[in-house]
Write a protein that binds this ligand. Sequence first.
Ligand SMILES: Nc1ncnc2c1ncn2[C@@H]1O[C@H](COP(=O)(O)OP(=O)(O)OP(=O)(O)O)[C@@H](O)[C@H]1O
Ligand SMILES: [Mg+2]
Length: 354
Amino acid sequence: MAALFSKVENLVGLDIGSHSVKIIQVRAGDDKPKLLNLGLAPLPKDSFVEGRVAKPELISATVQQLANHLKIKQRSVAVSISGYDVMIKRIELPTMSEEELDTRMHAELGQYIPYNVDEVDVDYQVLDIAKDRPNFMEVLLVAAKKESVSDYNNLLKLSGFDPYVIDVDFFALSNSFEATYGFQDDDSIALLDIGANKSVMNIAAKGAPVFTRGISIGGNQITEAIRDYFKISFEEAESVKLGESSENYPASDLEEIFVSTVRGWVSECGRAITFYYNNYPDNKIGMVYLSGGSCRIPGLDKVFQENLELPVEIYNPISQTLYDPKQFDPAYIDYIGPQMAIALGLALRKTKEK
Ligand SMILES: Nc1ncnc2c1ncn2[C@@H]1O[C@H](COP(=O)(O)OP(=O)(O)OP(=O)(O)O)[C@@H](O)[C@H]1O
Ligand SMILES: [Mg+2]
């Protein structure tokens, strides 16, 4: 089917987070993708409220400015919705043809999703024959709130872009991994992207994502704790967190805030991993990869490693793209790469679905 769709050259990957907008363009090749363009712009605070688009004009103005600055000509973009408004579920059904599946999903959708069927856009995909049950197949069901999909469509329209595909954070994260580091056949790997408001966890086994979970942890928790502790503004607290203006704040107090918040992150993440092991008792996680802006917290990988008792690494997919060091400073790629993981997965999206 995919061949029927005209393929877009150098699709724009656009990750609109609550903290910043990320744009990336690559040329997909036989080997690693070649980096053509990348950039990031912070969003005004309160652009999103509780995970929902609150200030579409401000967000689209930021997207436009960044795209102009990067001289992006391509108008087709892949964007993702995440967290709160997406549900992903694997179900097992008796093996049947695509037509039969369409009919059945149409009739029975309500029993698989916790939303009113009229409120969601649904996509599904046959994954595989179910293990141990040869007459059953595994189907991946993705349901996204219509309201959220239309928020993003509206944002793109305001920004002068065409939605080529509206993807899901989870898939974008594992896509970027597959195209750069590559899945191994033996151990499972866990990807954890920690943003400002939310985090995305994706565990892949035997070369395919098998488990996804949105976790409500993120860098804003540290900023807010600093704000409340020192009774300063959010903006001041953010720059204290980043070490830009921390001279007047006792290092030991800051350390305490970092440590206690990050401990909470590790235990949330540990709970998800335990859940995974309960479902897949034969699988072993060989590596946890951290990405997203908040993975830059100094020593974060070590805290995760010591407490999860698993090897942990920072995941920088951009360092694994082919890029010209004369065009992109390797030090900048090292710095920015982990924050661009989801945007890269979007830029690599090959087929338009639905
Ligand atoms: N050097 C650093 N140390 C600590 N935190 C950092 C650092 N650099 C960035 N961050 C934090 O990373 C977060 C932004 O990361 P990211 O761009 O991945 O978020 P986002 O995608 O915009 O947000 P979300 O996906 O949660 O809506 C912010 O909370 C920011 O403070
Ligand atoms: Mg994000």
